[in-house]
Design a binder for this molecule. Structure first.
Ligand code: SAM
Length: 213
């Protein structure tokens, strides 16, 4: 199903600069239509973010592809995701052979994503809580991906990354961010690459934005 739409999307991702065949293959094979509300399924292979309820979104496929490519996932890597949302990004990482740990602060979205993982037979570790403080119990991680906008890079996430690991996170204001790709080169040393410009929902928590609701 959705074969034509999928091929069009993949061609668009290649045209936008995505080169990693493994990432393209994951996007081809993980059924995005199962991670969006039923009434939006016909839009699942459009290169757009879509609402998933609770004022949150499943990220645009190009953004998922850029972040996943930046993480340089290899089979068996331990990856932490902050911001489970629909669970789609976590499923992409799982498809690439990573052992995925994912944290969501919203209890309803957390429950829905956990149910989806069960139905799809995905062995993804889930936690409902504040991902800005990471998930220390299983650290260090070979990669950390944050799928919400942070005012700065949370220190606990830097600490929970293994040396040689990569941390991919949008940093900036609540309205626009620059993707930061940190590589941990020593105990407290990082190299940083930056890609403009993205628009994520805010990362809310102790080391993120304050909850103003
Ligand atoms: N990765 C998701 C997907 O594949 O559908 C999209 C994530 S959505 C853009 C951002 C998510 O981050 C929202 O579900 C939001 O509730 C969550 N979030 C915001 N602050 C958080 C925090 N401190 N810890 C965990 N999740 C957080």
């Amino acid at each position: 199903m959705y074969e034509n739409e999928k091929e069009k999307l993949l061609a668009e991702l290649v045209q936008q600069g995505i080169k990693d065949e493994k990432v393209l293959d994951a996007i081809r094979n993980v059924p995005r239509e199962l991670f969006v509300p039923e009434i939006l399924r016909h839009q699942a292979y459009k290169n757009v973010a879509l609402p998933i309820g609770k004022g949150q979104t499943i990220s645009q496929p190009l953004t998922v592809a850029i972040m996943t490519e930046a993480l340089k996932v290899e089979k068996g890597m331990k990856i932490l995701e902050v911001g489970t949302g629909s669970g789609y990004q976590a499923a992409i990482l799982d498809y690439l052979g990573a052992k995925v740990y994912t944290i969501e602060r919203d209890f309803d979205l957390f429950k829905e994503a956990r149910k989806r993982f069960q139905e799809l037979g995905l062995k993804i570790a889930t936690l409902c809580g504040d991902g800005t403080i990471g998930w220390n119990e299983f650290s260090p991680y070979d990669g950390i991906i944050v799928t919400a906008a942070a005012p700065d890079v949370p220190k606990p996430l830097k600490d929970q990354l293994s040396v040689g690991g990569r941390l991919v996170i949008p940093v900036g204001s609540k309205t626009t961010q620059i993707m930061h790709i940190l590589t941990k080169t020593g105990e407290n040393e990082f190299e940083v690459e930056k890609i403009p410009a993205f628009q994520f929902v805010p990362l809310i928590g102790l080391e993120g934005w304050k909850n103003e609701l």
